[in-house]
Design a protein around this ligand. Structure first.
Ligand code: ADP
Ligand code: MG
Length: 701
């Protein structure tokens, strides 16, 4: 069977080389198997026939009508010609319109012959028209087997223009089922089919293309979605198991002096349950002789830093060094200050290395790293330089994973024979669904709880019209001793204009909040690191009231006294970015606010983004909305866009199925890691076949 499905698509009767080429190029359909797994994206009820007088101007779905063509004419228009036919039934008349393929259509249109037309209708100047209808003689139509749900396959403009209509694709599908005798091998173990009450593979494929009923269609789709997600999970989990097997790691078996001393005597606050749980997960992982590769997700302010420190202390207790890498100098410095403060009573050696570390200091750091007297190194990209040689790096913590590529990361551990454990911390909550599919080969820890006593940030949306009121509010807050961020967008393509907006904004704010009563800081990407640093420092020390900035403050900066975040041109920010920015406030005990400033004209998507921000502080909920608005590819950045070439499942809608698929895949691989069991033979076969077709999985490092 598998051989037949590998047949090149042009050999299917009615396809041929030219069309085969087209299908390959436009839809990526190269074989019988590809066609079989080319699924409809929706279905239309073709048991219903409309009358012309039943058409309504805002009818959006396709309709089918029985009638006849009575008149054909060519109409000249500004660009090219248009072929127009008058179509009538016993209730009225409408137009059929073609912009292409006139010759062929003129020849095949038979006036006064009863026929069925099918397509979308437009309404213009009191006339209904149907562009490029599908047509069939009524006689022929009656003979064809009709199913209630007519599949509609994805298409492209080129395909439409080249005559590969939906009907043509449906016919190809029929031919495929004839040639293969609709005999497709089962891929899942029988017990699983029983347990999940799935319909057999054969029935699923048949009903997804030729649904016999709504009910069977639903069952078919469920079965195929499950199967798709299940095999992806099998792949990802297997990969993870192999990594754990193959990539050795240093087993940190001792939880010793430093960790215990800190945990018992120097914790500045009680850990949240979530923090405790995550520390436990990490402890377990790094206690194994396999490399840890763990993603730590936690909303802004959830307290990831202390978890990182405690992990590094375990490394230290086992005689290993650690490093913490942050994407910006400001952040690295802040981590350095914070961790030095926390670890002060422990008497350990922590250093900071960034681009602006002076040469003599650098030398000292390099030496201390190599002779092992340096315990923890914190820094930026500077850590990746060749000169930076650890004596024995045991744990690498990476803050904000989005800014470090996988390649860069692995640079760190090329330096060791046994790679360090890796902990990647991110405040961008990736919806679990997506994380599970994209990072199925990483382990994931989640801090899903904020430290106690935090007041939820109040968020409002204001338009430019209420700027005076907003400024008054800021003045009241400043009078109470609070500080304020005002953030402007910075988007690469229009950097110059953004810069101008920022400077204009700064000037008008300086006018509205004049010295000596107020003082205003500004930080932006064109400033030298040292200048930025100095200005951030002034703000952090409370010497200025307002920080005007571009998104350079997006990550990590911690100024607990800042209680108001104003985001200018909020419509230009993505949802997760808005959430990140908002996370700069609400870090102290005071009530904090976030004010989203926009113009009046807003798109629907923008409204959804703003409404979501106003409604919730929950980063995961926000990430889910973001995923819905933007789609997974976009959410992850270009690097991963389009990687999840899912054929039928949908990460947002089918997350419950994904969860089930993951649980079952985990269980199966635990019981039978190599899928040797007799009842797993078909599954193993499919698994191997899919692994050969690498396209879905090769994005994973
Ligand atoms: P993030 O996860 O955004 O990196 P941080 O680690 O910077 O968060 O923590 C944010 C703030 O919360 C810091 O000031 C930190 O000291 C404080 N914090 C962390 N954990 C707790 C806790 N369990 N109880 C009280 N405060 C905490
Ligand atoms: Mg942080």
């Amino acid at each position: 069977m598998s051989n037949l499905l590998d047949t090149s698509i042009e050999f299917l009767k009615g396809v041929g080389p030219a069309r085969g080429d087209l299908l390959r190029r436009e839809l990526g359909i190269g074989t019988y198997r590809d066609l079989l797994h080319f699924f409809p994206n929706r279905y239309i009820d073709r048991t219903k026939y409309y009358k012309v007088n039943e058409l309504r101007p805002n009818h959006s779905a396709e309709v089918q009508i029985v009638g006849k063509v009575v008149n054909i004419k060519t109409v000249e228009q500004q660009r090219g010609k248009r072929l127009v036919a008058t179509f009538i039934d016993d209730t009225g008349q409408m137009e059929l319109v073609w912009f292409q393929g006139h010759k062929w259509i003129k020849e095949s249109l038979k006036p006064n012959m009863p026929m069925v037309i099918f397509g979308k209708v437009n309404w213009f100047n009191g006339v209904f028209s149907m562009p490029h209808p599908e047509m069939e003689a009524l006689e022929e139509h009656k003979q064809n087997l009709r199913t209630a749900m007519q599949p509609v396959y994805p298409s492209t403009e080129t395909l439409g223009n080249r005559g590969v209509s939906n009907r043509v694709v449906s016919k190809m599908m029929q031919q495929l089922f004839v040639e293969t005798q609709a005999n497709f091998a089962e891929t899942l173990p029988p017990y699983l089919i029983d347990e999940l009450k799935l319909i057999p593979k054969n029935a699923a494929l048949f009903n997804v293309h030729f649904p016999k009923s709504q009910e069977l269609l639903a069952k078919a789709r469920f079965r195929l979605k499950f199967e798709e997600l299940f095999f992806i999970q099998l792949q990802l989990i297997t990969k993870n198991l192999i990594r754990k097997h193959k990539i050795k790691g240093n087993a940190f078996t001792t939880v010793g002096k430093h960790f215990n001393d800190f945990f018992q005597h120097h914790l500045p606050f009680g850990l949240t349950d979530a923090q405790k749980r995550v520390v436990k997960e990490i402890r377990h992982d790094i206690g194994q002789a396999a490399q840890m590769n763990r993603l730590l997700q936690g909303d802004v302010g959830s307290g990831k830093t202390i978890v990182a420190l405690m992990s590094m202390l375990i490394a230290l207790d086992n005689g290993f060094q650690s490093c913490l890498m942050a994407p910006t100098e400001i952040l690295a410095t802040q981590h350095f200050n914070g961790l030095t403060e926390l670890a002060k009573p422990l008497g350990i050696n922590i250093k900071l290395l960034t681009g602006s570390t002076k040469t003599p200091d650098r030398k000292i750091i390099h030496e201390a790293l190599e002779d092992g007297s340096l315990d923890i190194l914190i820094g930026t990209h500077a850590l990746l330089e060749d000169k930076v040689q650890f004596k024995n790096l045991g744990l690498a913590v990476i803050d904000e994973q989005h800014r470090f590529g996988v390649e860069q990361r692995s640079k760190l551990w090329k330096k060791n024979d046994i790679p360090p454990h890796v902990l990647v911390m991110t405040a961008t909550p990736i919806p679990r669904t997506l994380a599970m599919s994209l990072y199925g080969d990483l382990d994931i820890s989640v801090i899903d709880e904020l430290p106690p006593g935090r007041k939820p940030i109040q968020t409002v949306h204001r338009t430019d019209g209420s700027r005076l009121k907003v400024w008054k509010f800021l003045k009241d807050e400043i009078a109470k001793g609070r500080q304020v961020y005002i953030v402007y967008p910075l988007i690469q393509e229009s950097e110059k204009m953004d810069y101008k907006d920022l400077i204009d904004g700064y000037e008008s704010i300086s006018r509205d909040f004049p010295l000596p009563q107020y003082s205003v800081s500004i930080v932006h990407g064109k400033m030298k690191p040292a200048e930025k640093e100095a200005e951030m420092k002034r703000f952090a020390e409370g010497k200025t009231n307002i920080m005007v900035a571009t998104t350079v403050i997006e990550v990590g900066v911690n100024v607990p006294n800042a209680s108001v975040m104003v985001i200018e041109s909020a419509e230009r920010f993505g949802l997760s970015q808005l959430h990140q920015l908002r996370g700069r406030v609400g870090r102290g005990a005071e009530q904090s606010y976030c004010i989203l400033m926009t113009g009046h004209k807003l798109s629907n998507d923008t409204r959804t983004r703003l409404d979501t921000m106003v409604r919730t502080n929950d980063g995961f909920e926000i990430a889910e909305v973001d995923l819905k608005l933007r789609g997974p590819g976009d959410l992850m950045g270009t690097q991963q866009s389009g990687v999840l070439n899912l054929q039928i499942a949908d990460l947002v809608q089918d997350r419950e199925i994904l969860q089930v698929a993951r649980n079952i895949a985990t269980k199966i691989l635990k019981e039978d890691p190599t899928m040797e069991r007799a009842d797993h033979a078909a599954m193993r076969h499919t698994f191997i076949e899919l692994s050969r077709k690498k396209n879905i999985w090769n994005y994973i490092s």
